[in-house]
Structures are given as structure tokens and as C-alpha cells.
Design a protein around this ligand. Structure first.
Ligand SMILES: [Fe+2]
Length: 244
């Protein structure tokens, strides 16, 4: 399996604080059968986590070297979970956005808390597309605007967006996004399932096998492989994603 949304780099966002914690997260992932990971730390242009390539290069290279030496056989790739704001567009124009493994795809996070700018998701996508980016919407099941008006899913899809759902949203019925996450899966909008992991040995670990099994039981091996292996690999390679 391949995890394409994961906060395993240390010291750059609200997840792992040090290299040992990151190694522990990756050890757990390895034991779970995960062989490739795109590291996607938060990138909030002009905000709390102003992560660009320069800021991420050192922890990325050091973590890669450390797990190699420890025999944790996971291929790491660099990306980010880019938060959308007007400054994101400015960063895009300046070539500062960290795409998924240097492809034209951006894992884009929309506001899910109070913000100080007018937010129009469709306009946001159009602006990002004008900059030449293809958009993977990170965890649509978490956004208030999708909860309020589900027709946005269709409109975002019509603009060419792909959708990544969190495995944790599908695994825990007590999660407030559980029902919407499953609706997104049922309706065939989901293109990739990923962990969005933040820490080891917790509900936010880099663990995908449980969710993979659940999807396989409900929809069969082919669908599970599309969501956990084939489309994630296409995100690494910049290839076409299989849409349902
Ligand atoms: Fe995330």
C-alpha cells in the first residue's frame, strides 16, 4: 500500500516533533505493509507553517537517510498539504508551492475553521488551475461547506478535481465525518484513501491495512487496489488516475 497524505516529517508542522517520533511512525507503517509514502506536511503560505521546498528539504533528507540505515524499507517522496488562501496563489505564481513529488498535482486543503478572507471553493480551484496545477482535494468529508451543500462535490469534480478521503473518517463510526466520508465513497467520488497520520501508536498512526480490508470486503480487491495502490502510484508518477 501507498500513503499519499501523511505528516511524518518532523519539526515542520503540528505532527511529529523530532526524528525519533518520525522513525516510530514509519516503523509502524512498515509493519502495516506500507511501502511508499508521500510526506505531506502542512504548508500554510504566510501562516503558521510557511513550508516551501527549502524548509522541508533537510528533515526530508535526514529522515530518508535514517530509515535506510535502520532497514525500514519505505520509499519516501516529498509533497505537502497546501492550505488555500490568497497567499497560496501568490506562492504559486512565485513557484514556491510544494507539489506531490514535483508533479503538477497539489494536495489542497480548504478552510475548515474561521478565516479572514472570502472563500469560494470553485473560484479557488479555477485560480489554481490557471497556475497549471491539478488538484487533489484533501479530506472533503471534513469541510463545513460540503456538509452544508453536497452539490459542491459534483461541481468540483466537473472542474477536474480528484478527492482524497481519510482512512480514519471511514474507520470510526464516532467520527463526526463518518457518514459523509462513506457517502463520498458510495457515490464514487473517492480517488485515493490515505492516513493523514500525525503521530505514532494512536488513531492517527500511519496504518491503512484495516481500511483496505474494509473496502475490499465491501467492494472487492480491484477497488481496494485502485484506492490504496494504483491511484496513489499515479500521484507519485504524475500519471492518470482511474476514476469510477
Ligand atoms: Fe493532513
Amino acid at each position: 500500500m501507498i500513503d499519499t497524505h501523511c505528516h511524518c516529517l518532523y519539526g515542520v508542522d503540528d505532527a511529529s516533533e523530532d526524528i525519533d517520533t518520525s522513525i516510530e511512525m514509519l516503523r509502524e507503517a512498515y509493519e502495516d505493509g506500507i511501502t511508499k509514502i508521500i510526506c505531506t506536511p502542512h504548508s500554510l503560505p504566510g501562516g503558521k507553517y510557511p513550508n516551501d521546498y527549502e524548509a522541508l528539504q533537510l528533515p526530508f533528507n535526514q529522515l530518508k537517510k535514517a530509515i535506510q540505515e535502520l532497514g525500514i524499507e519505505i520509499d519516501l517522496y516529498l509533497g505537502s498539504e497546501t492550505f488555500f488562501s490568497p497567499l497560496t496563489i501568490a506562492w504559486g505564481k512565485a513557484g514556491k508551492l510544494v507539489s506531490l513529488n514535483q508533479t503538477s498535482r497539489i494536495l489542497l486543503e480548504f478552510p475548515w475553521y474561521e478565516i479572514d478572507f472570502n472563500f469560494d471553493p470553485l473560484l479557488a480551484i479555477k485560480q489554481m488551475k490557471e497556475l497549471g496545477y491539478q488538484i487533489i482535494v484533501a479530506h472533503p468529508e471534513r469541510y463545513p461547506f460540503i456538509h452544508k451543500d453536497y452539490s459542491y462535490m459534483k461541481e468540483l469534480r466537473a472542474l477536474g478535481c480528484h478527492f482524497q478521503v481519510n482512512s480514519t473518517s471511514l474507520m470510526y463510526p464516532e467520527d463526526r465525518n463518518y457518514e459523509l466520508a462513506w457517502k463520498i465513497v458510495e457515490d464514487g467520488f473517492v480517488d485515493v484513501i490515505a492516513s493523514d497520520a500525525h503521530r505514532p501508536h494512536s488513531k492517527r498512526s500511519i496504518i491503512l491495512s484495516g481500511c483496505h480490508k474494509l473496502i475490499m470486503g465491501k467492494y472487492g480487491t480491484e477497488e481496494a487496489n485502485r484506492l490504496f495502490i494504483e491511484n496513489p502510484q499515479a500521484l507519485i508518477d504524475g500519471g492518470e488516475l482511474k476514476i469510477k
